[in-house]
Write a protein that binds this ligand. Structure first.
Ligand code: PMP
Length: 360
């Protein structure tokens, strides 16, 4: 079998050594006599897998001891509800920087439970940049301040996070968690769906500062209460056991690669290969503002929809797949998460060069 270079935004490419290891353990995990998929989540053997996943993530991100790590279900979408249900307290108000599709969804969800104050927005330019937020517009009494740190669809990311003082900063990091080094202590809560940099779909990571849990609104169902999941160490109900096992393997792999410092260096290099070519190209054009460009999701266009389609089709024939851009931006998007090897990006750039030559 020939594996393709998969530029999907998610579910996305996983590291080959992880897939091979999982394949070798699929039928029987160590000497347990069964697959991880068949294990009780309450068994000793599974608890070891779970503990390893949690410890692996804690060590990679240097998560301080006053933060809890949860492995939940429901995707990032459920966090759009859980965040306001749990964190709207005194003022039932939050500040938000509006940067695209995923903050729009988060805003809609939060507005069912309180007030969302948009302190800055890049909607005027189809969200192709990260707006500068004026601290004078921040609400001192906000229960929290919400951002999406990497905008998967629009291809933008924060180079610097806003300073929100005593107001807890909450970030949707679905499409960039573990891609660079991160100071977790700057955040009150971070969440991320696993299906980009962490593992298969079905697991959602939540990292939450201790004091933010335990104040859920009275209508909050137990399943949506962080405190319940913290108390039960993500085992209030059956957790996504196999996904957590896969995440643990991915954490091991990142560690073997040299941890987040090495990931960051490699990701910057990969993104630069693509951006340098796009910037010098006469055919391809990047859609995001230079200073805010994502190093995970890179949208780009040619001069026409016809050429875009032709490019996507011909790239696929070369084993460069899932390059279709999101409909709100159009054109192409290359998602180059941790598991995308440098060779994949080189092959894409070589193909773009060839395509450009043929369409002068
Ligand atoms: N936030 C971001 C930044 C995303 O990229 C996505 C999915 N692409 C979501 C939220 C939604 O994730 P899910 O489908 O897991 O709910």
């Amino acid at each position: 079998m020939t594996r393709v270079y998969n530029f999907s935004a998610g579910p996305a490419v996983l590291p080959e050594p992880v897939l091979k290891k999982a394949a070798s353990e699929l039928f029987e995990y160590k000497n347990s006599g069964m697959s991880v998929m068949e294990m009780s989540h309450r068994s000793k053997v599974y608890q070891e897998i779970f503990d390893k996943a949690e410890a692996g993530l804690r060590s990679l991100l240097n998560v301080p001891s006053n933060y809890h790590i949860l492995f939940l279900q429901g995707g990032a979408h459920l966090q759009f509800d859980m965040v306001p249900l749990n964190l709207f307290g005194k003022s039932k108000k939050c500040d938000m920087i509006h940067t695209g599709t995923w903050t729009k969804k988060a805003k809609g969800a939060a507005e069912k439970f309180g007030t969302v104050n948009i302190v800055a927005s890049s909607e005027d330019k189809n969200f192709n940049y990260i707006p500068k937020a004026d601290p004078a517009k921040f609400s001192a009494d906000a229960d929290y301040f919400y951002i999406c740190s990497n905008n998967t669809i629009e291809g933008t990311r924060y180079v610097e996070f806003p300073d929100t003082g005593n107001v807890p900063l909450i970030a949707d990091m679905s499409s960039e968690i573990l891609s660079t080094q991160l100071d977790v202590s700057r955040f009150g809560l971070i969440f991320a769906g696993a299906q980009k940099n962490v593992g298969p779909a079905g697991v959602t990571i939540v990292i939450i500062r201790d004091e933010l849990a335990g104040h859920a609104q009275s209508i909050t169902p137990a399943m949506l209460d962080y405190k319940v999941h913290i108390k039960e160490r993500s085992m209030y109900n059956t957790p996504p056991t196999y996904g957590i096992y896969m995440a643990a393997l991915v954490f091991d792999w990142i560690k073997e690669q040299g941890g987040l410092a090495a990931m960051e260096e490699r990701n910057i290099k990969k993104a630069a290969l693509l951006y340098d070519f796009i910037d010098s190209s006469t055919l391809f054009k990047g859609t995001a503002a230079r200073q805010d460009r994502s190093i995970m999701n890179i949208p780009f266009l040619t001069s026409s929809d016809e050429l875009n389609s032709e490019f996507i089709k011909s790239a696929e024939k070369q084993g460069l797949v899932n390059l279709t851009g999101h409909r709100s931006v159009g054109g192409m998007r290359a998602s180059i998460y941790n598991a995308m090897p440098v060779e994949g990006v080189i092959k894409l750039v070589d193909f773009m060069k060839k395509f450009e030559m043929e369409h002068k």
